[in-house]
Design a protein around this ligand. Structure first.
Ligand SMILES: NC(=O)c1ccc[n+]([C@@H]2O[C@H](COP(=O)([O-])OP(=O)(O)OC[C@H]3O[C@@H](n4cnc5c(N)ncnc54)[C@H](O)[C@@H]3O)[C@@H](O)[C@H]2O)c1
Length: 467
């Protein structure tokens, strides 16, 4: 073949895979899709266990004040040791709402940035902000976070923080290079049942946890047209895979000690065809879409280095009761949150072995469950539950998330979630899509710590005075 013809064919094949994600980032090796792991730059080191200098009063700037944003401003206005310095959105409505929350809490009004898609840059350039808190649509998260870190700020980003592998690595590299915290605001790891059950799991009540389940099952029918310029349905229209895995995967990864003694090693995924997504689009836009990408239900399975399995579901399209699944299957017990909260511990077979009786293993009675939940209430919940429930935010978990972020920053402690948690909880987005595109092929999951996943043994929340 002529040299130039070969080069032409190579270039065409490179740019015509039809894959939205950065092309040529992966290759097949012995039947498994393997992604390239970018080399860590010389002089850069990992952020495992990273703690910044203590910040006496945490000065924060918020970007993105739509449905989610003003509630965060209200929570921060109710946390000691904080100052809300600046607020930014393209439109002013969310800023006004947030200012009212500040006034109601007896705080000074914050500086305002609005009226342009780039106003957030001015917020990031201020020299009186420690943390930039980002709550915009998904595709804006990463450029904003990188710019903020490069301007000397820690960043906290709403879920999912990053939608592609390329963006995940950009966040990791920027955080490692600038030595700034870069975390994802995953609130569901702070819900009361999850915190208590994590404590029970850490104290060995379920034996060795072998299998865990998580999900985001939430029919968004009544919300689709509420998002700014319909960004959410637009992303689902254009992308296959589990595009919202973090609420499901976050709490169960903490139970499995992911990158604290274990790591996610490989994934396979499958989706149903799309029926409802295309219908919502048509209802909303009045135009037919015949290539809507996101399946109505997507299922992902992940195997870990230590032989555990994670099962994830994503369904925001069909009518189902809300669920994040949250199930732990251990050698000595079982816990689940949806549709009913329950624990099964040790031997609870009732009566003689009887193959006709399908009811032999049951949840502990409600009185025992209550007692267990009181006895194993997580120390963070013991400390902050009342205030969290009073201020609220998804029943209190949002408040605990912000409270812990502020507590760790003020005390110079490692944060509860780091940039590698962000990476691990977001990576199923692209990796599930790529598996599905290749007939549910296995995909190897990179070690985002680049060699440090086994250095810390066991997940824990940092507490002042304890090493
Ligand atoms: N953790 C949770 O429980 C939870 C719940 C809801 C939403 N979220 C996440 O929060 C984020 C926001 O969701 P939402 O429901 O508030 O969406 P939304 O569409 O209501 O709000 C997004 C806001 O970002 C603003 N924005 C967009 N581009 C901007 C720019 N260039 N500069 C400044 N502002 C800009 C928009 O004007 C809008 O006000 C998403 O990442 C979402 O996934 C998380």
């Amino acid at each position: 073949m002529h040299k130039y013809t070969f080069i032409l064919i190579f270039l065409i094949s490179l740019f015509s895979t039809g894959d939205l994600y950065a092309r040529n980032q992966y290759k097949f090796s012995k039947g498994t899709i393997v992604y390239r792991t970018p080399k860590r730059a010389a002089g850069q080191s990992d952020m495992v266990g990273f703690a910044a200098e203590p910040i006496e009063r945490v000065r924060v700037g918020f970007i993105g004040l739509g449905m989610r944003g003003p509630g965060a401003v209200r929570r921060w206005a109710n946390i000691e040791g904080t100052q809300v310095v600046a607020l930014c959105d393209i439109e002013r409505a969310g800023i006004e709402k947030s200012q009212k929350y500040l006034t109601a809490a007896g705080r000074e009004p914050a500086a305002e940035y609005y009226g342009s898609e780039e106003a957030w840059k001015e917020l990031c350039q201020r020299d009186d902000i420690d943390l930039v808190y980002i709550m915009t649509d998904w595709v804006n998260h990463v450029p904003m976070a990188i710019y903020a870190m490069e301007h000397g700020k820690h960043v906290a980003i709403e879920v999912p923080a990053a939608m592609t592998m390329e963006d995940i690595w950009r966040l990791i590299d920027t955080s490692e290079r600038t030595r700034k915290h870069c975390i994802q605001l995953e609130n569901c790891v702070y819900d009361f049942f999850e915190l208590t059950t994590l404590n029970m799991a850490q104290q060995g009540l379920f034996g060795e946890i072998l299998h865990v389940e998580g999900a985001y099952i939430h029919c968004l029918e009544e919300y689709w047209d509420k998002y700014y310029k319909n960004w959410r349905l637009l992303f689902n229209r254009d992308n296959r895979g589990d595009v919202y895995p973090t609420h499901g995967i976050g709490p169960i990864c903490q139970v499995l000690n992911i990158h604290r003694g274990d790591r996610m090693k490989m994934l396979v995924a499958m989706d149903t065809k799309c029926v409802m997504g295309a219908k919502y689009w048509e209802d909303m836009k009045g135009e037919k879409v015949d290539n809507f990408q996101n399946g109505d239900q997507t299922t992902t399975l992940i195997r870990t280095e230590n032989g555990k399995v994670i099962q994830l579901h994503h369904n925001v399209m069909t009518p189902r009761p809300y669920s994040r699944d949250y199930a732990l299957v251990g050698t000595q017990g079982y816990a689940t949150k949806y549709p009913i909260q329950g624990y099964l511990l040790g031997k609870q077979a009732q009566g003689e072995a009887d193959i006709e009786n399908l009811n032999t293993h049951r949840f502990v009675p409600d009185s025992i469950k209550k007692e267990l939940m009181e006895r194993y209430k997580h120390p963070i919940a013991v400390q902050i539950e009342e205030q969290a429930r009073r201020v609220g935010g998804h029943g209190g978990m949002d408040y605990i998330m912000d409270y812990r972020l502020v507590y760790c920053l003020r005390n110079g402690l490692p944060l509860d979630m780091d940039v590698y948690d962000l990476a691990e909880w977001c990576c199923p987005i692209e990796l599930s899509a790529v598996s599905i595109r290749h007939n549910s092929a296995p995909v190897a999951i990179p070690d985002f710590t680049r060699g440090a996943w086994n250095r810390v043994k066991g997940y824990r929340h940092a507490v002042k005075g304890f090493k």
